[in-house]
Design a protein around this ligand. Sequence first.
Ligand SMILES: Nc1ncnc2c1ncn2[C@@H]1O[C@H](COP(=O)(O)OP(=O)(O)OP(=O)(O)O)[C@@H](O)[C@H]1O
Ligand SMILES: [Mg+2]
Length: 499
Amino acid sequence: MSAADRISLDLVGITKVYPSAVALNRVSLGIRGGEVVGLIGENGAGKSTLMKVLGGAIAPDEGEIVIDGRSVPHLTPAAALAHGIAFVHQELNPFANLDVAGNVLLGREIRRGPFGFIDQAEMARRVRPLLDMLGARFQPTTPASRLSLADQQLMEIAKALSTNVRLLILDEPTSSLTLSETQRLLAVVRRLRADGVAILFITHRLAEVEEVADRVVGLRDGCNAGELGKGGINRDAMVRLMIGRDVAQFYTPPETRLGEIVLRTRGLRTRANPNTAVDLEVRSGEIVGLAGLVGAGRTELARALFGIDPVHGGQVEINGQPVPSGSVPAAIAAGICLVPEDRKSEGLFLDFSLAQNVMMPSLATIATAGFVNRGAELDRAGHFRSRLAIRARQLDRPVSELSGGNQQKVVLAKWLGLNPKLIILDEPTRGIDVGAKAEVYRLMRDLAEGGAAVLMISSDMEEVIGVSTRVAVMRRGAIAGVLSRKDLTEETILRLAVG
Ligand SMILES: Nc1ncnc2c1ncn2[C@@H]1O[C@H](COP(=O)(O)OP(=O)(O)OP(=O)(O)O)[C@@H](O)[C@H]1O
Ligand SMILES: [Mg+2]
């Protein structure tokens, strides 16, 4: 890209007010082609809102947007695209009835012949190099409905890269990606920067910011909180910028006073891996980390344990009692609960209020003769709001109005209220800020020390090592090995995961 083509962009004094919150309060931010700016802040700080202003998706109430030296009064999504601004949204919304190429080139389909038929082959040919560059293991012709969350994320990134991009906005692009995919994405970011593209990078994984950002901009409560220059970007400085204080004692595993075996699987065969058997034990009082690469079968195991998918053989036992397979109610009755990875489709009712969502699974405990006690509902929801620091002014507003990370906290609160015997958490801190992460770890520890068995699926290596009493590593549908606390290192885990 020639110097003249590089973008120069300034947001000046941007304000956005919602009826229930001031999302942005006179925020300013500038970026030039060839630099990577990390945008950090707690859940609800205003990061996504600021990026939506930049993408033309929402109009600010006040402030100015200056692109290449000219003020742009009405930035629409089409105008943003014409200026070379491409966006990978935090919330993924793929078109399930299209294939990958159809999603990537949506609205820019390639046509041929007098009738303008869509040229599938040419579209696939155009999209393939983008997928290769990202290290995706799916095809342009794969139906979008078959993609995992991680793959959907890669597809969205391919879509942004397929445009004539001068400014790339990445809003939590790696929240579902594992180590190798993340590394590849960071390499792509570096290559784009070298080409003169400007990149705005939003993430709660601070190590990534440290690795790739030239400058860091912090938001706090909708206001500019300060900036860090290249030399000043480190974890502690970023945490201070975001929350205004240090977070001490981040990772502490539970006090290990191991109790009875709560979960035992005997030769369990899941639908995804019917030819391999899983034998796993989790005791009361322990947090077992479940590590492995994407596709190792961890989510499938969780789904089978919770009765979502039928099993192909073997047995699940809770406290020595067999649990009927393939039934969620039976799993819940046995004391199992699952905090799912995909909060949008499985964890939340977006149009329902925070209080209703939190109370849904434990309604039985606060309903008398079929009537829900609204007062009790609000009380308990309020308890979880403060416990998890959920940023929501009103408990009775729909959860769709909450920021992404705050929605994730609502999913957690929903299941923690049940006092389960076995709690399975699938990527529990995806998209959650550092302060809340520490709080989630404390909650998990409390559950374990209170006698629950905790099984935590996580792709965040630091987290797996930091909070687990033992780690089970999965590979191709089987348990490749179990590591005790003293043997936990990134290397020992990866060696088992890769085989
Ligand atoms: N459609 C909406 N209606 C009402 N309030 C909203 C809406 N969208 C966002 N908000 C509020 O604006 C504030 C900023 O939200 P935003 O999504 O920008 O946060 P964020 O920094 O991206 O957080 P996260 O790290 O959780 O993604 C929050 O208080 C949020 O509840
Ligand atoms: Mg956000």
